[in-house]
Design a protein around this ligand. Sequence first.
Ligand SMILES: Nc1nc2c(c(=O)[nH]1)N[C@H]1C(S)=C(S)[C@@H](COP(=O)(O)OP(=O)(O)OC[C@H]3O[C@@H](n4cnc5c(N)ncnc54)[C@H](O)[C@@H]3O)O[C@H]1N2
Ligand code: MOO
Length: 403
Amino acid sequence: MSVTILQALDFIYKNTKTKALKILPLEQALDFILAEDIYATHNLPPYNNSAMDGYAVKILDAGKCVKVEHTIFAGDDSSEVLTSGYAIKIMTGARIPEGCECIVPKEDTKECQDGVILPQNLSKGKHIRLCGEDIKKENLLLQKGQRLQAHQITLLASQGISHIKVHKKPRLALFASGNELKMHFEQVESHQLYNTNTPTLLARAKELGCEVEFIGTAEDTLDDLKEHIKSALNSDLIVTSGGASVGDADFTKEAFSFFGMETFFDKVEIKPGKPTAFGKIGNTFILNLPGNPLAATLNFELFGGSIILALSGAREKYLKGIDAKMQSEYRLKKGRISLVPGTFNGSSFEPCKKFAPGMVSPLANSNSYIMIDAGIEVLKKDEKVKVIPLRFSFTTDKQESLL
Ligand SMILES: Nc1nc2c(c(=O)[nH]1)N[C@H]1C(S)=C(S)[C@@H](COP(=O)(O)OP(=O)(O)OC[C@H]3O[C@@H](n4cnc5c(N)ncnc54)[C@H](O)[C@@H]3O)O[C@H]1N2
Ligand code: MOO
């Protein structure tokens, strides 16, 4: 069945269910999807504390020479009480003593007999970090479905949370098919070429947060394809490339049908990537990508990426484009919706100078792609487009002002 891109994505989201849960220690939780809401159990800061190395003082003592007899360091469990006519020396992070109304930084004071002279203007609360001003106890900190990156791990660590419930990572099995293909660690003859799709998809699936298993390269025979499928059936998603078209050696569909694959679609109105198929055998999803390398990798981004997001348990599970404009005019043949790889520089998008479905080189120097509607033959300079990132990190080869 041939479908539009939107219908294909609908099939993916309607049929794909989030993975089961497991408990992980915080140190191993990077890039997992949180499977529970997290509420703060502690205020942060846990107590009013000094933002400066200086003196804890009273407002009425402004401009006076006050005596200094005690010092409080960060981590001290001090019970000093501040009284008028005195200042207590205090370090950054130390708990504010009772009676203190503000902190005066060390450099704003002068020495005097037995103490320091305070500035004329003091304001209440100055340089005091209040208990709970960063995180309030019982507030919702992180939501179920959030991806745990470094700055979410900060929040969990701040609460002394050692173990959390996360979704298991999608388990993906990969194999390619084609008698002409050899792996990079094998010898190629003059009629053969290296399998680039599998190493690419393996790396990309890992980048997208999957556990990945490489099943091998299947020959273009029904028996060998069946053998490879059988070895991959315990995964959540099998991704194959090649044998998707109508050639005399294209047996992939037949091999999957042997295992009773329910096919949701086997063609998409897209360029490149028309012979992309998606289906299911038991609880294992199947994404059969075309063999042409650029077609396979771009369609893996769009459909593979969406399946992985749907399986992951992520709340933000839909691909999103970034508003940008075309760097220069771009002409194309109208027909099917096209995926065009290129470079987004933070404001504008420039398509790759040279690309075709069978090429392997275009994506190595691209960082994104755009999707162009079927009827469009020209995109003018500055015309608005949506850029779908392939990798970010915003960096540049020449230092620019960051303001
Ligand atoms: N008569 C028709 N022929 C083709 C059609 C069509 O509609 N009618 N569609 C074309 C389109 S579009 C595509 S895409 C390809 C898809 O073909 P397959 O999925 O069957 O892929 P293969 O024939 O196995 O390979 C195509 C091409 O890609 C190279 N390849 C395959 N796998 C890899 C790999 N793992 N690493 C590197 N390169 C790979 C392979 O050598 C071929 O050159 O069909 C068109 N034909
Ligand atoms: O998928 Mo094909 O040409 O559309 O590469």
